[in-house]
Design a protein around this ligand. Structure first.
Ligand code: FAD
Length: 404
């Protein structure tokens, strides 16, 4: 399935460039992506292509009918059901942007964002698996892998292999490039020594995209990205391991920062999914529950809170979709991605807290989903760059804009 975002191609016929719209010189070297943006100028940010709508609806149905019934059991067991992981593979949700020649769905970045949002409305843990696989593991191999690596790994990632992204260590979290894990050349292979921490889905992963320093003397400029098969001998903490390098030596720090900038839009999508899911689960209760002989929704002070939260969710969604469209249009997006992630994480937390309040005593009970959403959303302000780091990124961009 090849997806085109919105309807930019129709506008190609008009031969009007974005330069003419903006009154700029025709000599400006605008690229095809600028023409894509011209198409976007006429559409609301929430407009989706036909294929994006189909995918969103398909995922929504799948999440409600097949994931939702398993959420409580998975939470009790503390792990994802194998059948859910299989379901994700069968429906192409772990290889959304992988090209069809490797068995992927061949969709665009926005489709990944919509998928993560829809699944998060039902189960943010399943959504984070989908997010990391698509926006980090698949994306890194898709963009940096050799033809041989793509054939070998993308085919597996689209079909049956969960991948993990292994960067964080006990002593290096926000300061990720202070990592101690190192890689030493051994003939045509590398031997990697070190340990990682907080690696999502590592219990079920068959492949690790792992950062290690191949030249510690060069500091962070020695960081290199390796593909590590789980079944290679010696893959336990502190044991040596033979690996296959993916990026140019010492380029891992640049790639990591770049991919995390993009993947945090996926976390923003997860957070708006959580907020919307919690909101959707709560509003019907406020319409039904009566106090003082009227639905609690009808109290003006309740309505104002509800309207404020709905507006904030909408703002977070617009920031997130805009960041995703900027990625697709190959335009600068770092500031917008950081804003989306920071804001969506705040909105998700506030939404969940408010929904618990609106449920009264029931909101405090484990029998209702609101308290689970509340627990699930908290990590949104921590992983893939804490809120402090998003704010620093935004401030750095603002400084650059005003200094230049
Ligand atoms: C559930 C979960 C899943 C995760 N999944 C993965 C994964 O799949 N792969 C992976 O590699 N990692 C993963 N992580 C790790 C995650 O990215 C880190 O926890 C995160 O980057 C923060 O690092 P830290 O925990 O070491 O906190 P620290 O870096 O110690 O930060 C502690 C506090 O200090 C603040 N702080 C630190 N430095 C600065 C600074 N320069 N300016 C201002 N404030 C600062 C932080 O904002 C934070 O508030 C996961 C974490 C969790 C909790």
């Amino acid at each position: 399935m090849i997806l085109k975002s919105l309807k930019p191609l129709e506008l190609l016929k008009s031969q009007r460039s974005i330069a003419s719209i903006m009154g700029l010189s025709q000599k400006h070297n605008f690229k095809s992506q600028d023409i894509l943006l011209e198409g976007l100028l006429n559409s609301p940010l929430t407009a989706l292509s036909e294929n994006e709508i189909i995918m969103k609806e398909t995922v929504r149905k799948l999440a409600n009918e097949q994931i939702a019934p398993c959420v409580r059991d998975m939470e009790k067991d503390g792990k994802l059901k194998e059948s859910i992981v299989e379901l994700l593979f069968q429906n192409g949700l772990l290889g959304i942007e992988i090209e069809e020649e490797y068995g992927g769905a061949g969709c665009n970045f926005m489709t990944t964002i919509l998928t993560v949002e829809e699944i998060s409305k039902v189960d943010p843990s399943v959504a984070v698996l989908v997010d990391i696989q698509n926006t980090l593991v698949d994306a890194i191999i898709k963009k940096l892998g050799t033809a041989e690596q793509k054939k070998k790994y993308l085919t597996r990632l689209a079909a049956d292999t969960v991948g993990s992204f292994a960067l964080t260590e006990t002593t290096s979290g926000t300061d990720a490039f202070a990592m101690k894990t190192n890689a030493k050349k051994d003939g045509s292979d590398y031997i990697i020594n070190g340990s990682k921490m907080w690696i999502s889905n590592s219990d079920i992963a068959g492949l690790f995209v792992l950062m290690a320093n191949a030249n510690p003397a060069a500091g962070y400029k020695g960081i290199t990205c390796f593909l590590v098969d789980r079944d290679l001998p010696g893959i336990t903490v502190a044991k040596p391991e033979k690996k296959l390098g993916i990026c140019q030596l010492g380029q891992g720090y640049k790639y990591t920062a770049g991919f995390l900038n993009e993947s945090r839009i996926g976390i923003a999508a997860q957070q708006i999914g959580i907020a919307q899911g919690c909101f959707d689960a709560t509003i019907p209760y406020t319409l039904e529950r009566k106090q003082f002989k009227q639905p609690i929704f009808d109290f003006q002070s309740m309505q104002h809170q509800i309207a404020r939260i709905a507006t904030q969710i909408e703002c977070a969604r617009l920031l997130t979709y805009n960041a995703a469209r900027l990625v697709e249009a190959n335009q600068p997006f770092v500031k917008q991605a950081a804003m989306a992630k920071y804001f969506a994480a705040e909105v998700a937390q506030e939404t969940c807290i408010k929904c618990i309040d609106w449920m009264g005593g029931l909101g405090f009970s484990k029998d209702f989903i609101q308290e689970k959403f509340y627990r699930d959303c908290k990590v949104g302000s921590i992983y893939e760059g804490t809120t402090n780091i998003q704010l620093s990124t935004i401030a750095r961009q603002i400084k650059q804009e005003y200094e230049s």
